[in-house]
Design a protein around this ligand. Structure first.
Ligand code: MG
Length: 159
């Protein structure tokens, strides 16, 4: 049986933070605020996987009140979610993600993001899509207040 999941996340820009997207450290004047490394793309993808599993969401799984996740590498957490999926009898078939950022330009980093996310989940890079868009200067993304990400995941229930 096939299941689809959808995930969405937003993080606000903050001074003095790294900008980590899809596990890639992107050189930029500001980073994203958050308890973990604030990798908004990995977070949306984790929620998509968990959605397809009809499981907990990442807030329940990795509470931001838990000091264990302070500054956490979200790709490691993504790996844990992928392992959980396998343990519960799911195979990750395909995922696709969109990141909305007015700045910086993300296109040069797309391939590295795909490779990091695929490697974290233990799937082929061909099974991972990452796209980037601006929002034509509209809304909170367009005003460069933060970055938003969406992800969908297709999982097969194998038992
Ligand atoms: Mg998040």
């Amino acid at each position: 049986m096939l299941h689809i999941g959808h995930g969405y996340d937003v993080h606000a820009f903050a001074e003095g933070r790294r900008l980590v997207l899809g596990g890639v450290d992107i050189p930029y004047a500001r980073g994203l605020d958050g308890h973990s490394d604030a990798d908004v793309l990995a977070h949306a993808l984790m929620d998509a996987l968990l959605g397809a599993m009809r499981a907990e969401d990442i807030g329940q799984l990795f509470p931001d009140t838990d000091p264990a996740y302070e500054g956490a590498d979200s790709c490691l957490l993504l790996g844990r979610v992928a392992r959980l999926a396998r343990e519960r009898g799911y195979r990750i078939l395909d995922v696709d993600c969109t990141v909305a950022a007015q700045a910086p330009k993300l296109a040069p980093h797309r391939q590295a993001m795909r490779e990091n996310l695929a490697s974290a989940m233990g799937v082929d890079v061909a099974a991972v899509g990452v796209k980037a868009t601006t929002t034509e200067r509209l809304g909170f993304v367009g005003r460069e207040e933060g970055i938003a990400a969406w992800a969908v995941a297709l999982l097969e229930e194998v038992r």
